[in-house]
Design a protein around this ligand. Structure first.
Ligand code: FAD
Length: 520
């Protein structure tokens, strides 16, 4: 039995013993004497990186960081924790693009999934008569690499995130949403099979028909049930180019009516629909998009001044293949013909599919920038799902009365609809209970000393929803009490809890979500 031995000691023993000698307690000087391939690190560089994320708001130091060289090492780690009288926590860390410490494990072990990555080497494209085209992708791989490898075969996934330098395991633990979700569902709706290491250390393959309880638990499961090591992703023949159109509105009713019209069009409909707000603090071009030319930008800004500082914008895209180059302009014309945007305020671009899908920054460049800018910035984001029935009240209460008047609002403000029928309710992800719901993304960037201003703004918005009794759900959720989590999951809470008991009974996994562990 391991019961009287410190879990950290056992961990180090088991992973290091065949290779090196060690001393206790761990010190950064104990490990460098080990011969590689030792993957467990306690040095300041490893611990500091695993103690931060994109949000730069929560900082929790793990006792150690595992840089796995194989899936078996993660299995061993989780089994080891299970064998301790007091288990240590384990968090998979994709690229740490969470904003509230969700991939941290204070006092536990963070598994840096990137160590498994081989820059796309973990992506294999196949075809079968029953499944069509698909890719088997390591949970640690980034969507940008899935795109690159898929295109080598003329194929691509159908559902994306706006930003592709996120991991497959990380987005499938949430949902993975973007402008394609209305048509294909979120990324979790486009997965055929998973390999998962459960919180008990079992390595299982699951799908809708095999170990289905685990499959549905893990998709949108916030890392609570297992670590995804492989996902089988649906692929389709990739279009080559995209007609990309932006339309400007000052009437919220027209803006949302037109978005809902676009997402209901199936035959010859768009491939992508998103929407956003334009305000003084959230101008047409921002870090997420440099779509407009300087003269178009000035034109929109002068309209903004004449419209009380609040405009709305629809972003709609139609993909095409080189073979239908002659008809695509006509198709786009038809698509926007009956829409009610402000006359003259329609802007077009024609770009390659890759330029469209990689329009939001390059994660690799961002990595290089991180030591300078990122340390000075925090990202107190708020992402919500709102039922369609509430959006008029929400516009009056929040967009018109709070956001438009808020001096500090900064960064893109996204607002666009989904069809709920494209989400599978057996999965852990939660949505409002209406056929159409909207996502709001308040993607704030702030200096550290000002993040309270944004937290207060976020609280004010959530209070407005509470007072108006809006069935709002947080996306990439962050709650601090169990009651809030129970409310978030609503009727799904019991199932969520039962699945936790089944797959991670000792509550080892992803403690940074703060669902089953006390607040850090
Ligand atoms: P991490 O932040 O490292 O992990 C997230 C959670 O998943 C943690 O709880 C972690 O323990 C768990 N986890 C990580 N890997 C695994 C695994 N293999 N198996 C099981 N659990 C795992 N989201 C969208 O849906 N659409 C967008 O368009 C979008 N754009 C974004 C743009 C930016 C600039 C940023 C910073 C985030 C964006 N996100 C978007 C949010 C993103 O989906 C989340 O941050 C998500 O967590 C993925 O990031 P990650 O891969 O770095 O995961």
């Amino acid at each position: 039995s391991f019961s009287n031995i410190s879990p950290q000691f056992i961990l180090l023993l088991m992973i290091s013993f065949p290779i090196c000698s060690f001393s206790w307690p761990w010190t950064s000087s104990a490990l460098p004497s080990c011969d590689l391939p030792i993957r467990l690190r306690t040095d300041p560089d490893a611990v500091t990186a695993a103690s931060n994320d994109y949000g730069n708001l929560v900082h929790e130091a793990p006792a150690a960081v595992l840089y796995p060289s194989s899936i078996q090492e993660i299995v061993d780690l989780i089994k080891l924790s299970n064998n301790c009288s007091t288990p240590f926590t384990v968090a998979a860390r994709g690229r740490g693009h969470s904003v509230r410490g969700q991939a941290m494990a204070g006092g536990g072990v963070v598994v840096e999934m990137a160590a498994l990555s081989r820059n796309g080497g973990g992506i294999r494209v196949s075809w079968s008569p029953s499944l069509g085209y698909y890719a088997d992708v390591g949970g640690e791989e980034m969507w940008a690499d899935v795109l690159r490898v898929g295109l080598e075969h003329g194929l691509a996934p159908v559902s994306w995130t706006d930003y592709l330098y996120l991991t497959v395991g990380g987005t499938l633990s949430n949902a993975g949403i973007s402008g394609q979700s209305f048509r294909h569902g979120p990324q979790i709706s486009n997965v055929l099979e998973l390999d998962v290491i459960t919180g008990k250390g079992d390595f299982l393959t699951c799908s809708k028909d095999m170990n289905s309880d685990l499959f549905f638990a893990v998709l949108g499961g916030l890392g609570q049930f297992g670590i995804i090591t492989r996902a089988r992703i649906v692929l389709q023949k990739a279009p080559t180019r995209a007609k990309w159109v932006r339309l400007i509105y000052n009437d919220f009713t027209m803006f949302t009516r037109d978005q809902e019209h676009l997402i209901s069009t199936n035959i010859n409909g768009p491939n992508y629909v998103e929407g956003s707000l334009i305000t003084d603090q959230s101008p047409p071009n921002n870090w997420r998009s440099s779509f407009y030319s300087p003269s178009d930008q000035s034109k929109i800004l002068s309209l903004l001044r004449s419209k009380q500082g609040l405009l709305y914008s629809i972003e709609v895209v139609k993909y095409y293949h080189d073979t239908n180059i002659d008809t695509i302009d006509q198709e786009v014309k038809l698509l926007v013909k009956d829409l009610n945007f402000i006359p003259g305020f329609v802007f077009n671009k024609d770009v390659s599919l890759v330029d469209f899908l990689t329009r939001v920054g390059s994660g690799r460049d961002k990595e290089e920038e991180k030591s300078s800018d990122r340390e000075l910035e925090t990202h107190p984001w708020l992402n919500l799902f709102l039922p369609k029935s509430s959006i008029m009240d929400f516009n009056d209460a929040v967009f018109v009365n709070v956001i438009r008047r808020h001096n500090h609002t900064s960064g893109p403000i996204l607002f666009y609809p989904f069809n709920r029928q494209k989400w599978d309710d057996r999965m852990s992800a939660v949505t409002p209970d209406e056929d159409i719901f909207y996502t709001l993304g308040l993607l704030h960037t702030s200096r550290p000393h000002q993040s309270d201003v944004y937290d207060n703004l976020n609280s004010e918005i959530l209070d407005c929803c509470e007072k108006a009794d809006i069935d709002v759900k947080q996306y990439l959720p962050h709650y601090i009490s169990k009651e809030d989590w129970m409310k978030h999951f609503g009727p799904k809470w019991d199932t969520f809890q039962e699945r936790k008991t089944k797959f991670d009974p000792r509550m080892i996994l992803s403690p940074g979500q703060r669902i089953f562990t006390s607040v850090m």
